[in-house]
Design a protein around this ligand. Structure first.
Ligand SMILES: [Zn+2]
Ligand SMILES: [Zn+2]
Length: 329
């Protein structure tokens, strides 16, 4: 017999998408959040979207689970601004624990900023504008709880699910895996659209791709992470950006991602390509300097802009002077 929730699912608005039984997603501009039913009466939220999206997230929860039905917990794949944007607002309505990996806590408790974004990796508008992304920490000390790695990485309130540490894109990045149904929520360990390009994101071009290049600070760790995820043999993968991918297509594309990682996912050029940033439980400890080529381009742009400003100011001053002299003579 169909349960209430399943009936509701039939009437689900198109703006929500189904990942697998009991798992739904919503795309907020360019990033996804997920809701997972963990028992007939309970559910968990994975990630918290962009700022100002709390209302939309609560509406979705009401459509799926009913009014005044807060999640048992919120689990964060990582703390980047596009995965935690609505979190503080949501916690005002839902005062629930927020689970995150130990190495992600500095960015959730106001202790450390993330390594800076790298807009030099190329690939499209999202990359080029990434220098404007907020990389400073939020502070949810009151709600955040460290995930326990001594319990076989089991996820609280989520029977049958485990978390898999998948660092490289963020120091304490995790993926979530349902061992029985082989459903993977991969966060940004890999994604299913070319996130660097705003056009690809808008078109929802579906292809298994490496982690967003402009925010990935350790490429070796990233490769190990996608290898780890391939070995889990997921049947469905839902990621932080792009639509879910299933079956043979997922297996084929994920294998290709691992096999061609250096050629296709690691950028040819970028701040974190020669060496990674380093972070520990206290936060970021070391950030490599900008490569010489990037420094030279940045210096050239600065000199050109300064020269242009100087000429403009001089011209303006000259015309003011001309006008003043015109008044006198
Ligand atoms: Zn991210
Ligand atoms: Zn993301």
């Amino acid at each position: 017999m169909a349960t209430n929730n399943e009936n509701k699912n039939i009437l689900m608005p198109r703006k929500y998408f189904k990942v697998a039984n009991g798992i739904w997603g919503m795309k907020i501009l360019f990033v996804n959040i997920y809701m997972i039913r963990t028992s007939p009466d309970e559910w968990v939220l994975v990630d918290a979207g962009l700022p100002k999206s709390a209302g939309r997230i609560i509406k979705m929860a009401e459509a799926l689970f009913g009014v005044n039905k807060p999640p048992k917990a919120i689990v964060l794949t990582h703390g980047h601004f596009d995965h935690t944007g609505a979190l503080q607002e949501l916690l005002k309505t839902w005062d629930v624990p927020v689970y995150a990996h130990r190495l992600e806590l500095p960015y959730l408790t106001g202790k450390s900023s993330y390594p800076p974004a790298d807009p030099t990796v190329g690939g499209g508008l999202m990359s080029y504008t990434s220098f404007m992304f907020p990389m400073t920490p939020i502070d949810i000390t009151r709600n955040v709880v460290e995930l326990d790695e001594h319990m076989d990485n089991r996820l609280p309130f989520m029977p049958g699910w485990r978390f898999v540490p998948t660092p490289g894109h963020a120091p304490g990045h995790i993926s979530l895996f349902d061992e029985k149904h082989h459903v993977l929520i991969a966060g940004d360990a890999f994604v299913t659209t070319k996130i660097e390009s705003a056009i690809s994101v808008a078109r929802q071009t579906k292809v298994v791709s490496g982690p967003p290049k402009f925010l990935t600070y350790d490429w070796d760790a990233s490769k190990n992470s996608v290898q780890k995820l391939l070995m889990l043999e997921p049947k469905v993968a839902a990621t932080g950006h792009g639509m879910p991918i299933q079956g043979a297509k997922l297996t084929r594309q994920l294998k290709h991602l691992v096999d061609a990682f250096e050629q296709e996912s690691v950028p040819a050029f970028g701040r974190y390509v020669p060496e990674p940033a380093r972070a520990n439980a206290q936060g970021v400890q070391y950030v490599p300097g900008l490569p010489f080529g990037i420094k030279a381009v940045a210096a050239l742009v600065t000199i050109t802009a300064a020269a242009a400003a100087f000429v403009l100011i001089k011209k303006r001053r000259q015309s003011l002077l001309d006008r003043a002299l015109g008044l006198v003579f």
